[in-house]
Design a protein around this ligand. Sequence first.
Ligand code: ADP
Ligand code: MG
Length: 719
Amino acid sequence: MTFPPANAPAKPLSGPQKALHKLGLVRDIDLALHLPLRYEDETRITRLRDARDGETVQIEGVVAACEVKLAGHRQLLVTLDDGSDTCTLRFFSFYPSQQKALAVGNRIRARGEIRGGFLGRQMMHPAFQAAGGDLPTTLTPIYPTAAALPQAYLRRAVQGGLARAELADTIAPENLDEIGLQPSWNLHASLSFLHHPAPDVSLAMLADHSHPAWQRLKAEELLAQQLSQLQAKRARARLRAPALRPGTGNLNHGLRAALPFALTAAQHRVCMEITHDLARPIPMHRLLQGDVGSGKTVVAALAAAICIDAGWQCALMAPTEILAEQHFRKLISWLEPLGIKTAWLTGSQKTKERREMLALIASGEAGLVVGTHAVIQDKVQFKNLALAIIDEQHRFGVAQRLALRSKLTPDTVRAELPVLSAVEGVEAVGSPSTGSGRTAMVEPHLLMMTATPIPRTLAMSYYADLDVSTIDELPPGRTPVVTKLVNDARRDEVIARIRVQLNEGRQIYWVCPLIEESEALDLRNATETHAHLSAALQGVRVGLLHSRMPVAEKKAVMALFTSGQMAVLVSTTVIEVGVDVPNASLMVIEHAERFGLSQLHQLRGRVGRGAAASACVLLYSTGDAARLGETARARLKAMAETHDGFEIARRDLETRGPGEFLGARQSGAALLRFADLATDTALLAWARRLAPLMLDQHPVQAEKHVQRWLGVKADYLKA
Ligand code: ADP
Ligand code: MG
């Protein structure tokens, strides 16, 4: 059978072909880069007499008996004799055709695990085929596959892709010295080897990816990543943005003066970094990271002040309505006294109010626009958006970030452009007034904020295209949060502790886990806890907040808690991000073992925001079958041991892998297939050094390399 080229045109795809596409195996090179999960050794025939119990072997012999046993489980029993001994092959399900192939007198090869057994040697459901033909000389690859994609089909497809793909090296041999890679392990040799390794290879080196062929592929992959990031960075440098210099209104200084506190040194530093970026006529692309409670909001407000002062609009987008509203209130209280008009946009807004807001935004009267995803809807037209701030950026997908960036269209800023292009040092890339309709020419500055710090290795790789500002200290006067692990069986003691806190006038959060598969279960969990606490704490106002409540109700509950009228708030994870209630001093997290590490850290960050001593109780359940798994244990231990968001992030990366940090779940793109950022740091550093050199000196090779490795994904990664 001939395999159709994977990139053949427009014929309807067969089932397996569709499955190939789903796996991203579209081009020949994609197939060639689809590496085996493991291998089977079919190169040798083992004599039955030499096969050890438990060993997986290939045997060859003549069928001496073949019968269907009807008593008990219906099964096919085949006796195979290879001259040294016999073995029973046992099949619990089988087709008549298989039974025929195993008829007495036939010579067959079978592969499976040998069991010693009381009744002699056995193999359960071995793979088998008629004997004859040469034995393969290399190990047989087993590929990661999907439903509707048989291994044999995939194997042929990969084999075809590997044969057809253009695999000439893009990395010059001298560049490999540094990482100790022999030039003989070039891309072609490495791939051929990994698809069909010689039988004497160290399987351990293949499994742990330390084999030179693996090293080569990991190096190639990381280089592709670095190159694409660098290309994006350079492309961005050719874009234009309004240069925002402090204007006559002196809003930034006015705001600083009006704040009830002094900035921390770290806040001051990141403000300088942002101010510097904003003054440049190229779009800022900066991530502001700082632990929960480190005071990112005021930094955002100061950046907004510069922007508005310069005569432009600023938008701030938050992932949830509660958070957006909280920002809104805070920013209003800071900015409106300075004469800045603010607009507010959310999904749940009344039509009339929304219309008013849209008018304020379109006319430019609103200097600052705060909201949820509603901010990026088509209907929202800014007069002159120059700064977009995204809070908790990891909650947004790439598409949403792109949408926000495209809100500054040449149309709206055409009048200002001559000024921009006249700025020294900015390379002209064609005039937007030629009407090409390219929205990419001018973009707003982008400031992304996150409390889930990105470990350094990650920042170095994926975010090579991103400038990072870090707030690495908390405002003074915070008392560290004491974290305790408490067995769920001791819940009553926790409730006693709540009473003590309540008597001191404090407020308490009680968080129940979100059970992703079932909102109903979720709700039951939270409502039960709510009922239990209400009963146990007579005379205390205990509120309930869960994901299914209408937004208005959520807000009402949150308002009661924020104003101190409600003492205890039982909630699913909606309070996870950003909520700021300084009087709350105790955080109880039920079923803490079900939460991810950075989630736990975020939740804990809700307390310890005021001067009062605060605590976080992690209730875990070890009841019945739910014995605490090893990773859950490691997470809880990490929480008890450290408060440092960066350390938490590092440990999280260890246990979870980078996907979560990168929002890969939202984008659906698995980003690194072969390299492991936690362990391949030397290769990463190498790729980081080589990328700019290659881009300058061998741009054609560089582009070829990126296309080969990332193909269509390349553009996506740059977003
Ligand atoms: P996060 O970084 O988690 O978003 P916030 O911006 O919500 O943190 O700030 C947490 C709290 O600390 C807020 O109440 C804020 O007003 C306060 N805050 C911010 N900066 C300072 C500072 N320099 N000194 C004292 N309090 C501050
Ligand atoms: Mg925040």
